[in-house]
Every structure is written in C-alpha cells, then in structure tokens.
Write a protein that binds this ligand. Structure first.
Ligand SMILES: Cc1cc2nc3c(=O)[nH]c(=O)nc-3n(C[C@H](O)[C@H](O)[C@H](O)COP(=O)(O)OP(=O)(O)OC[C@H]3O[C@@H](n4cnc5c(N)ncnc54)[C@H](O)[C@@H]3O)c2cc1C
Length: 478
C-alpha cells in the first residue's frame, strides 16, 4: 500500500482500535516500530507546510469533524481563505465529548489515541505528558458461559489449542497469504472451537466496525500491514474535543453551522456549493470531509457526476452502524484491574470506564458495531438495556447486576442524521479502493475524512487528521 506516511510496520490489528490487551502488548514488545514522519505536524502549528506553495484562492471545507477542522487550521496558518460548512449545530463530528447527568464526562464517540506515533498523539503530548492516560488492565473472555482469563484462553485443553491459535491468527493478519474471502471463511479453515468465534468477532471484526462475515481478508491485510502508529492506547484526561478547541482555534472561528451541503457544482473554473436551505457559496476549491455514509446515500449531488472509479470506491467501501452504551453501578462486579470483557453475543466488548474522579460510581462502556448493533438498536431502549444487563448478569451470576445499575445512557451513531454509522471498515471488495476514494477530481474537488485514509489508519481520529493533511498538500499544490 502506497500510504503517504511512508512508514509501515508489522504491528497486528490488536494495535488498532480498542486494544488494551496486555498479553498482546507483551507479545509485541520486540516488534519493529516505524519512526513517525508526522511529529513535526503536531498541534496545527507548523509553518513549514509546503513552503513556497503559492495557492492563494478560497477553499470551502464541507464538514467540521477532525479531518475538516485540522485541514482548515493548516490552510489558515498558510494564509489561505477558508470557510467550513457544517450540516449539524456542533463541531467535532464523531468526536463528541459530553457531560451526561448521572453518568459523567464521557467520550460518546472517539475515546482512545491509538499509538504514540501520530499527529493526534503529538497534539495531545503538547499539553504535557501527564495529560495522557495509558490504557492498562487485564482482559477477560466470555467463553463457554464462564468468565475466563488469558491463561485459560492460551492453555485450556478444552479449547484444543484454539485460543492460542486465535491469538496467532490475530497477530499475523497483516501478512495474510491467501485469496480474498471473508474473515469468517478464513477462520473456518482453522480448528477453532465454536465458542471462540464470538471472541474472534470481538477481537477483530467489532473493533474494525462490522462482523466476521463482512470483513474482507485483502482489505484487512492491507489495513493491518499499513497500521504504523503504534500499539499502545491512551485516553486523554481532558476531553478530546477541548484539545481540538485549544489547538485549532482559527479553524473553529470559520465554521458556519446548520449548513447541509446538498450540491457541489464544479463544471466551470471554480466550485459552487449549495445547501439544503438554498444558500450558495462560491470558492476556488472544495474539500469534502463528510462521512462515507453521506456519499454512499448520494446526499450530495455532484455536477458533473463523479468519475466512475470514485463512484465504485464509494460503493465498495462499507460503513456500518455503531453504538456505545454507558452504565454506572452502585458497586463494581468485575474483578479489580479488569480492562475489558470480550466475547459477548449481545455486546462484543465491554470496558471499564477509568475513574477520573473518586466520587464517580464504577462504570462500564459497551461497544457494538455492524449487524449486531443493527439488531439491537431497533428495539425499544428498555429492551436493549434488559438484554445488556441479562448478558452481564450471566457473566457475573453471583452479583446482582440488575439492581446495581444506577444510570444508563446510549449513544447510537447510526441515528445521527449527518453521520449515520460508526466508521468505514475493511469490507469485502474494498481492497485498493481508498486511494481512488481520496483522489482529487479536476483539481478542484478534494476529499478527506477517515474513509479516505489509505495507510491503514481508517476509522481513527489520527487517520482522519492525516487525510486532512494529505488533502491540504494536494490543494496547495493545485
Ligand atoms: C462510537 C465510535 C467510537 C470511536 N472510537 C475511536 C477511538 O477510540 N479512537 C479513534 O481514533 N477513533 C475512534 N473513532 C473513529 C473517529 O471518531 C473517526 O474516525 C473520526 O472522528 C472521523 O473524523 P472525520 O473528520 O473523518 O469525520 P466526522 O467526524 O464524521 O466529520 C464529518 C462532518 O461532516 C458533517 N456533515 C455530514 N454531511 C454533511 C453535509 N452534507 N454538509 C455539511 N456537513 C456535513 C458531519 O456533521 C460531521 O461533523 C470512533 C468512532 C465512533 C463512531
């Protein structure tokens, strides 16, 4: 994969998404780590971005998420005239830091900084090393109707070595040698006991944003092989969005809210953009950063139509739904030092909300994407809650889980009118499609956003920021 970052390593998928897996951290200690070429971009302050580039036109940016805001800040610091049009009434997109009554301060969307070699990490580090909280703890596995530990996964004779095999599979996805097939098909080639499949679903597919049957091996291999930001995970002590507010103040002052773009006309020398409310904005260049769902649903009409190669990429890369459930309890019923509980069939992964304040009640986050999320979200909220509590009660039968619940809050990203899901994933038939998705059209229409990241960082905040940077380079050179 010709990612513009240029540096790759062989870190496993487990360095990606919600990995807080101590065993894999240990496994990967000796892995070669790529040196970041991005550190100098940290905190939106660099003045050396393409020195000598002489673009001085006006740029419209569609969408005020991580990619759009970061791109705008870079352009503004180069003296370029920028306007951001945001469909909703808030900035941040899939970053949403909130203070929910009864639940506390939470990240309703992105929560982890994946790895220490990225623009996002550098931006956070510029606030001081103590603003970062490394993700720590042990993972538990819900297997054969019992909560098991990693040792059991690796050594239990009842699994016939399947647990160990699964960890090895997970660890070598980036060098997958076979033909294109679904991840589910691939796993059935191995002697894995059936109870390990929900664990595989949680470890790989759910984190990537779908289920085992929907992930394609070629696209997964490329994502794994390209991922280079590192395998540690961090949370921020402050909120993620407040970091962007501090580091990208110029961009934030350029956002016009409630401006849903429905048409982009690039048939003449510049671009003309129309909103659902009938407002028209003219510029020299336009940068589209909307979620893939918006493009897939043709909610922005392009005149002339987008080239066939780009339209194919839009059709082939998939983005499913995703929800986070936040629960507080009168007391913890999970063992001390638990990081995650992996392998549920209602919720593939639960993780413990780290204590930021001693007065906070213990809490769990439940994270579900793909078809499981789609089945769950259509139920009345009380039924969703009951199913989740029933699963937790089965996992911890000696505790009264149900009566311990003190508050419950759901964030369903599929229901967000201008997001419509979690994040793009390595779907079947999507290998090689992200570069055409990212490619500029007629040197006037540019594309950024997590789905356009083709170096393995799709579906992340740093991947979205990197795509914004790539698009800024393209615009400045145009
Ligand atoms: C539940 C969840 C958990 C996640 N966890 C993590 C994590 O722990 N770590 C991590 O790194 N990443 C995580 N991610 C992924 C990360 O949040 C995204 O990859 C990133 O924030 C996407 O940024 P973006 O700029 O590409 O898109 P977005 O943030 O979606 O921004 C696009 C913007 O475009 C706007 N828009 C849409 N349509 C229009 C239109 N027609 N006109 C104008 N504006 C429009 C939207 O309102 C939105 O504000 C998570 C995502 C979700 C949903």
């Amino acid at each position: 994969m010709a990612g513009w970052v240029g540096s790759k390593n062989k870190l496993s998928y487990l360095s990606l998404m919600e990995n807080r897996r101590v065993h894999l951290k240990k496994l990967m200690l000796g892995a070669p780590l790529a040196v970041s070429s991005l550190g100098w971009l940290s905190n939106c302050k660099k003045e050396d971005l393409l020195d000598g580039a002489n673009f001085n036109g006006k740029v419209l940016i569609i969408g005020a998420g991580a990619s759009g805001v970061y791109a705008a800040e870079l352009l503004l610091r180069k003296g370029v005239d920028v306007q951001i049009l945001e469909a909703s009434s808030r900035a941040g997109g899939r970053i949403q830091s909130a203070d929910i009554p009864g639940i506390g301060k939470l990240e309703l969307g992105a929560e982890f900084i994946h790895g220490s070699r990225s623009i996002f990490y550098d931006m956070a580090l510029s606030q001081g090393a103590d603003s970062l909280m490394p993700d720590e703890g042990e993972d538990l596995y819900w297997l054969e109707n019992q909560i098991r530990d990693e040792k059991y996964m690796r050594e239990s004779p009842t699994l016939n070595g399947g647990g160990q095999t699964l960890f090895q599979i997970v660890d070598s996805l980036g060098s997958y040698p076979g033909g294109d097939q679904s991840l589910l098909q691939y796993l059935t080639d191995f002697p894995l006991e059936q109870p390990l499949f929900p664990i595989a679903n949680a470890l790989i597919a759910n984190d990537y944003g779908s289920d085992l049957a929907s992930i394609g091996m070629f696209a997964l291999r490329d994502a794994e092989a390209g991922f280079s930001s590192g395998l540690e995970n961090y949370r921020l002590k402050q909120s993620i969005w407040s970091l962007f507010e501090k580091k990208c103040p110029n961009a934030l002052s350029k956002i016009l809210f409630n401006q849903e773009v429905v048409q982009v006309n690039y048939s003449s020398s510049g671009v003309s953009v129309e909103t659902a409310g009938g407002a028209v904005y003219n510029a020299d260049r336009v940068l589209i950063t909307v979620p893939l769902t918006i493009l897939r649903a043709n909610r922005i009409a392009f005149e002339p139509a987008l080239p066939a190669e780009k339209q194919n990429a839009i059709n082939n890369i998939k983005m499913d739904g995703g929800s986070k459930y936040f629960m507080r309890f009168s007391g913890p019923f999970w063992p001390d030092d638990t990081a995650s509980i992996i392998g549920g069939q209602v919720i593939p992964e639960y993780w413990v909300i780290p204590e930021k304040d001693v007065n906070e009640a213990p809490g769990l986050t439940a994270f579900v994407t793909g078809p499981l999320q789609e089945q769950l979200r259509v139920l009345p909220e009380i039924e969703q809650r009951n199913l989740i509590l029933a699963e937790l009660a089965a996992m911890f039968p000696s505790e009264n889980v149900v009566s311990a619940l003190t508050s419950f809050y759901v964030k369903d990203w599929s229901a967000e009118p201008f997001i419509g899901g979690a994040y793009s994933y390595p779907s079947l038939l999507s290998a090689g499609q992200r570069e055409p998705l990212a490619a500029p059209v007629s040197d006037r229409v540019f594309f950024a956003g997590e789905a356009t990241n083709f170096n393995g960082h799709q579906g992340t905040v740093h991947g979205a920021m990197e795509s914004g940077y790539r698009a800024v380079l393209e615009i400045l050179k145009s």
